[in-house]
Design a binder for this molecule. Structure first.
Ligand code: ARG
Length: 403
């Protein structure tokens, strides 16, 4: 591995990224380790994290507030694309990675570093996302990946940290690996590695259990403009406040938990627990409004492209050409996605109970109605069906003749 003198390390305050600091210096001869911790609304206090990096030997410890761009430029496009990896996971972790990578590269330029580093292991998706994003933004920058190379078990990693004065982490007691930000939490490892073991209640922090959710249901109305959620119950909310409020509402009613077997980029099937209450609620409402406002063929094509969008974001290809091209399609369709969706939240379920759009609705009552206002020409159906069914009648006739 080519050595570097000055390195900017993506820093979370966790065991792996903390141990990366002495490791880079002791084993790889890095002179300056500058840490960068991103605030993505995870709710951790960042000052202790900043100090922790210095205690572990960082020469500079930087913290960046990325919440606003995270929500506006990453979460909202994912809502517009109804992005659900494998039909379920709304990419709460995956969406953060290209933003962290981008900021990491910017910081490296600002401080004149000759490399960046991260603490991802060699088994996960996040290494793929970081490495590919950094390579596309800054092909000249080296990427150092100590945790992928050091070959230490978790216990050995902790022991290594202790040798360099790092207090052994409280998280030694927690068997889980947790990633979190304002969009949600991902919980894996420990007892969850047995796919048959039910997730214990203690792993959840953003959502209430169905048992504890209120018995009374709650009705809410979410307003969208150009595919972006802009108001709940008539109250305008900026994007960050929108995610917070959607998290609160869905979380209160026990909505937004996922338990799935997921296919990682590196070929492993893994068992993942997620809680992403707001994002799932907003995507559900957004899909519903699209049903009302998008033409049938556009909607069908969009549903297929949404899968590709989710796949490529999951797979770390955020800064690639397909993403750019698909965004063009998504954005063009969203001009029409304006209106209101009404939902009932109750005991783990969000149920759509109404939708409306004053300018963009393609629902025409005179066409849909069975009442006296019906304008649809019923007799025109006969000729349509004659031609529509012609191929199948010809096929059926020839089958009968050849019997
Ligand atoms: N499997 C999820 C993803 O690839 C989350 C990964 C990070 N989770 C964690 N507990 N470290 O997006």
């Amino acid at each position: 591995m080519g050595r570097a003198k000055k390195v900017v390390l993506a820093y979370s305050g966790g065991v792996d990224t903390s141990v990366c600091i002495p490791y880079l210096k002791q084993e790889w001869g890095v002179e300056d380790v500058i840490t960068f911790a991103a605030d993505l609304g995870q709710g951790d206090e960042l000052e202790p994290i900043r100090q922790k990096a210095l205690d572990a030997g960082a020469s500079q410890s930087l913290v960046g507030d990325l919440i606003k761009p995270f929500i506006e430029d990453f979460a909202f496009p994912a809502i517009r694309a109804n992005a659900l990896y494998e039909g379920r996971y709304p990419l709460s972790t995956a969406l953060a990675r290209p933003l962290i990578a981008k900021r990491l590269v910017e910081v490296a330029r600002e401080v004149g570093a000759d490399a960046v580093a991260h603490g991802c292991t060699g088994k996960g998706n996040d290494q793929v996302r970081f490495d590919v994003a950094i390579a596309s933004l800054a092909p000249d920058l080296k990427v150092l990946t100590p945790a992928r190379e050091w070959g230490m078990s978790r216990e050995e990693t902790i022991a290594y940290g202790e040798r360099f004065g790092m207090p052994s982490p409280v998280s030694k007691k927690s068997p889980y690996s947790i990633d979190l930000n304002l969009l949600g939490r991902s919980i894996e490892a420990g007892p969850l590695e047995d796919p048959m073991v039910a997730p214990p209640e203690e792993v959840f922090a953003m959502t209430c259990s169905i048992t504890d959710a209120p018995d009374a249901s709650e009705e809410i109305e979410i307003r969208f403009e150009s595919g972006n959620p802009v108001a709940i119950n008539g109250q305008n909310l900026d994007p960050v406040a929108m995610i917070r409020e959607a998290n609160r509402l869905a979380g209160t009613h026990g909505i937004g938990r996922l338990d799935m077997i997921e296919n990682r980029v590196v070929g492993i099937k893994s068992r993942e627990i997620y809680e992403t209450p707001g994002l799932l609620l907003l995507i559900q409402a957004h899909q519903e409004l699209e049903s009302l406002t998008l033409a049938a063929d556009v909607l069908r094509s969009k549903r297929q492209l949404e899968m590709q969008w989710a796949d490529l974001v999951y797979q770390g290809l955020w800064f690639g050409p397909l993403k750019e091209a698909l965004d063009g399609f998504m954005d063009r369709t969203q001009e029409h996605v304006n209106g209101l969706v009404r939902l009932r939240l109750h005991k783990g379920n969000a149920t759509v109970i109404g939708r409306s759009s004053s300018h963009s609705s393609l629902y025409v009552p005179e066409m849909a109605s069975y009442g006296s206002e019906d304008q649809f020409d019923h007799r025109a159906a006969e000729g349509f069906i004659y031609i529509w069914g012609l191929p199948i009648r010809l096929w059926a006739a020839s089958k009968r003749a050849s019997r």
